[in-house]
Ligand binder design. Sequence first.
Ligand code: CAA
Length: 259
Amino acid sequence: MQLKDSVIAITGAAGGLGRAMAVRLARCGAKTALLDMDEEGLEQTREQCEQAGATSRGYPLDITQEDQVVACFQKLIEDFGGLHGIINNAGVTADGLLVKAKDGKVEKKLSLEDWDKVSKIDMRGVFLCAREAAARMIEHVDAEAPEVRGVILNISSISRSGNVGQTNYAAAKSGVEAMTVTWANELSRHGIRVAAIAPGFCETAMVEKMPRKALDKLKASIPFQRLGKPEEIAHAAQFVMENDYFHGRVLEVDGGLRL
Ligand code: CAA
């Protein structure tokens, strides 16, 4: 897909990986529709996209609310005149061990509330936004064109392969990868390509809030002993958005953490 003059929606665009991806795509000439609950952060990302020379708009949105998602996509289509891609990046963590046993006492550590919170944002939110984006993209595509006309890029995580303390997040991100394959199977007939990126641990607020001991241990286990830079994930996102033969697969960008 040609990024120049395409319209790409990005969730979780107010900071971190979402901002880095939005700015990178803006530098490639894409018009960016920035979705997030954090209005201040959205404005900062919007300014950076505009500085990169691309039209950009921010849309305050809670991705877990169906009515808000429907209204938001309707508005952005009116504003931009179409939609060519979405990056489902918004996500949260609420880490906790499943149980902890000490001195013969067993404690349940991961609360149902934290299970629900993470699955609601990281999985239901992705479902709602992808469903809306797919419907709008199919409505606005050129029916004569045989090639890829829309792209859905889901942001998973290397944590999905069972990171300690992340039952909820690993389950949600595994769900995101399962949806990626299902949608790749379902949507190719409509000219929509679907893929995912599983980033490793990057220099973001999400990773920086990890307990120091856990972060140090983790860094020591990465072959290059450093966190990834958001720009390195954004670089991968550009590749996935542009490469029309990358479909139904997950690209792992983790510095070799999972070797
Ligand atoms: N591997 C194996 N066992 C571990 C472990 C690990 N990484 N971490 C904890 N444990 C076990 C150990 O038995 C540990 O005992 P020791 O202290 O003797 O090693 C025991 O759990 C208790 O650990 P804590 O004292 O840390 O327990 P806690 O209840 O206070 O916290 C925790 C547990 C919530 C898992 C905490 O350790 C933590 O937050 N760890 C980091 C989790 C993580 O990796 N989060 C990633 C967030 S960033 C992200 O997710 C972005 C992305 O997409 C990649």
